[in-house]
Design a binder for this molecule. Structure first.
Ligand SMILES: CC(C)(COP(=O)(O)OP(=O)(O)OC[C@H]1O[C@@H](n2cnc3c(N)ncnc32)[C@H](O)[C@@H]1OP(=O)(O)O)[C@@H](O)C(=O)NCCC(=O)NCCS
Length: 187
């Protein structure tokens, strides 16, 4: 949940400019976004007030909200939503349609029936550590830490911290196994 109003700019895309020969690329990047070098966008992307490191690849229909941070060399697949309060370290893979959450008990209105503003709720943080991977369709509840090189299975709902180099899956996500040098994952 967030409100934001900074004039968007069209940013460069895979073809090095926007719009290009195929027409407008609809990559909306607000002027307050801190963008690293070599960031690649697909079409229909919406970024505002966030920080994105070097060589990050961002798929179509991704939204990244203000005060979210993405490290270097991350892949953010299409249709994922990265909200305020989310920190993603270097080398993280985010699958398609991954949803982060920053308000555990959301409400549309305050006690007086008026639409809530930012002063009516507080952002709950989430940390995804270096080299972790989050499978497609996963939902990551707030106040969790996903450990280094952990893997979250497709469609999981993560409600608790995920240990480093572990694989979790399901709703709620539970430990399947640890990634050891004997039992690695391919690819
Ligand atoms: C979780 C995952 C990494 C596999 O891990 P694994 O340790 O090799 O797990 P296995 O395939 O050996 O399965 C172990 C058990 O977990 C279950 N399982 C596997 N993936 C699951 C998932 N996403 N959700 C729920 N259960 C899952 C299996 O059915 C199996 O259950 P069983 O023991 O009752 O038969 C993989 O299934 C997955 O979800 N990867 C994410 C892929 C993805 O989203 N990629 C995005 C880009 S396309």
């Amino acid at each position: 949940m967030s409100e934001h109003s900074v004039r968007p700019r069209l940013a460069s895309n895979d073809n090095g400019g926007a719009p290009n020969a195929d027409g407008p690329q609809y990559v909306c990047v607000s002027s307050d976004v801190k963008l690293g070098t070599g960031v690649r966008f697909s079409k229909f992307v919406n970024l505002y007030g966030c920080e994105v490191g070097d060589n990050v690849k961002i798929g179509a229909f991704v939204e990244i909200q203000k005060n979210a941070k993405i490290g270097n060399n991350c892949k953010i697949s299409s249709h994922s939503f990265i909200c305020e309060g989310v920190t993603i370290e270097d080398g993280v893979f985010i699958g398609h349609g991954v949803t982060f959450i920053n308000d555990i008990y959301p409400r549309a209105t305050d006690g007086g029936g008026r639409l809530q503003t930012e002063s009516d709720w507080s952002v709950a943080p989430t940390l995804v550590k270096r080299g972790a991977s989050i499978g497609s369709g996963a939902t990551i509840l707030a106040n969790v830490v996903i450990g280094e090189e952990a893997i979250v299975g497709a469609g999981s709902v993560v409600t608790r911290d995920v240990a480093a180099r572990s694989i979790v899956a399901g709703n709620p996500a539970r430990l399947l196994r640890y990634i050891t040098s004997e039992v690695e994952v391919s690819g």
